[in-house]
Design a protein around this ligand. Structure first.
Ligand code: ADP
Length: 224
């Protein structure tokens, strides 16, 4: 469902990633790991078409992402849920409104929005805090809101770029368990991280990047 074929991205003549190829199937949970600067965020940006590849092709759910016209971009973005390290919530909107926003731009009715947002906030364990603003929530709770927002349009894939990077270890674990639960319900998950302990204990497929190159793609831990 997501395929990178010899994808290269250069910035000012320097490789951010080089000749990257991999295929992620429906329902997989995949870690994307590597040191800072190894190219993880570049891969995320290419998937959501925030950047275009210098070379190679990216296919996702029938889209040729590199060749996609800008008017098709909203459709693509609805099929890909994204979560970032810094949550990227709107500070003056409540948890409910932050999640609802993702549906408002997709033109759903108010009734559909209320039903889906209540459902998804309950699912991430935040039903009782739906009217809290981000500053009234803990880091872990904010990331749950961000995950709810990413999931509310029922995307094919959830892409998480260092989702636990700003969180304490025990809170990180809760977030990982939530992502794992979402995956067990059928959504494909791609998580970029440098938290090797998490990767080791989950024993999922791991794609390892080093200086923009794919150096390993196998099942199991990070540090073996
Ligand atoms: P990671 O997410 O693994 O930390 P990145 O994908 O952010 O790595 O970066 C990979 C490489 O590409 C780094 O050397 C980084 O400096 C470079 N890079 C990323 N984005 C840009 C940009 N917008 N302009 C120039 N260089 C960039």
């Amino acid at each position: 469902m997501l395929t990178f074929s010899d994808v290269t991205k250069e910035y000012n003549g320097k490789f951010a990633i080089q000749d990257i190829s991999f295929k992620i199937n429906e329902g997989e949970f995949v870690f994307l790991v590597g040191h800072s600067g190894s190219g993880k965020s570049t891969i995320v940006k290419l998937i959501i078409k925030e950047e275009d590849p210098t070379d190679g092709a990216i296919h996702f759910a029938g889209y040729d992402i590199g060749k996609l016209k800008s008017k098709a971009l909203p459709h693509l973005r609805r099929e890909i849920g994204v979560v970032f390290q810094d949550f990227k919530l709107l500070p003056k909107r409540t948890a409910f409104e932050n999640v609802a926003f993702a549906m408002e731009v997709a033109n759903y009715s108010n009734r559909e929005i209320k039903k889906s947002v209540d459902y998804i906030l309950d699912l991430v364990g935040l039903a009782s805090k739906s009217h809290h603003f981000p500053h009234q929530l803990s880091g872990g709770e904010r990331q749950r809101v961000a995950i709810a927002r990413a999931m509310v349009n029922n995307p094919h894939i959830l892409v998480a770029d260092e989702p636990t990077g700003n969180l304490d270890p025990n809170v990180s674990w809760d977030i990982i368990q939530l992502l794992n639960k979402i995956n067990s319900w059928g959504t494909t998950v791609l998580m970029a991280t440098h938290a090797s302990d998490v990767v080791d204990s989950m024993q999922k497929r791991v794609i390892v990047l080093d200086s923009g190159k794919l150096v390993r793609d196998s099942q199991g831990g990070y540090s073996e």
